[in-house]
Design a protein around this ligand. Structure first.
Ligand SMILES: Cc1cc2nc3c(=O)[nH]c(=O)nc-3n(C[C@H](O)[C@H](O)[C@H](O)COP(=O)(O)OP(=O)(O)OC[C@H]3O[C@@H](n4cnc5c(N)ncnc54)[C@H](O)[C@@H]3O)c2cc1C
Length: 163
């Protein structure tokens, strides 16, 4: 099948953390019609488990446990596609816009018209509960740097009376 010869119905899932990856699994649990195409999109090049992030900030070894590969989110065949390291930059009623094109799976425009769109973009958290937008190696280094800084920090106590 050539991508361009199919009248795709696009199911776009934005955000591949706990909710987004679950939703993709549920969608794939039963066979989809042949012309249904899941495009699953995540901003960093990896999935990040925010719930474990505070442990990653203090316990050596956890910086790697909170980072997961996006390779197995869905079987990448001619239909479905994971777009990692890809921010969605705008959303309208029937279209999302990503930051670049992907000609290989037939996404020649930055705008993807969708039939269904799931926004699993979660909450906005500061680092370390969300990673800076970097590579996996840089994200691991960031956590290790935080571990060092916290290990060297002096403990202090601020009581309500002092505030
Ligand atoms: C320390 C800590 C402990 C927690 N403990 C619990 C707990 O015990 N129980 C609980 O239920 N919850 C807990 N939470 C909350 C937890 O973060 C959420 O429940 C969970 O992460 C929600 O998952 P999510 O997939 O909805 O969103 P998120 O984990 O926030 O994921 C959203 C994803 O969307 C992506 N995204 C966002 N915008 C874009 C965009 N424009 N383009 C592409 N991708 C985008 C992000 O990169 C991210 O990967 C905790 C949070 C923290 C920080």
């Amino acid at each position: 099948m050539k991508y361009s010869s199919i009248n795709w119905k696009y199911i776009v899932v934005v955000g591949l953390s706990a909710a987004g990856t679950d939703i993709v699994s549920v969608l794939l649990a039963k066979p989809l019609p042949d012309n249904n195409r899941i495009i699953a999109i995540e901003r960093p090049p990896f999935a990040y488990w925010g719930v474990g992030s505070l442990r990653a900030a203090v316990i050596p070894g956890w910086e790697e446990k909170v980072i997961m590969s996006l390779n197995n989110v869905c079987p990448e065949d001619e239909s479905h596609k994971v777009l990692a390291a890809t921010p969605v930059v705008s959303l309208s009623e029937r279209t999302i816009e990503i930051d670049r094109t992907f000609p290989e799976p037939g996404l020649h425009e930055r705008f993807i018209p969708f039939d269904f769109c799931v926004l699993a973009t979660g909450s906005v958290y500061p680092f370390p509960t969300r990673p800076h937008q970097k590579t996996k190696e840089e994200a691991i280094d960031d956590s290790r740097q935080t571990q060092r800084e916290l290990a060297e920090a002096e403990l202090s106590y601020v009581s309500e009376v002092d505030q």
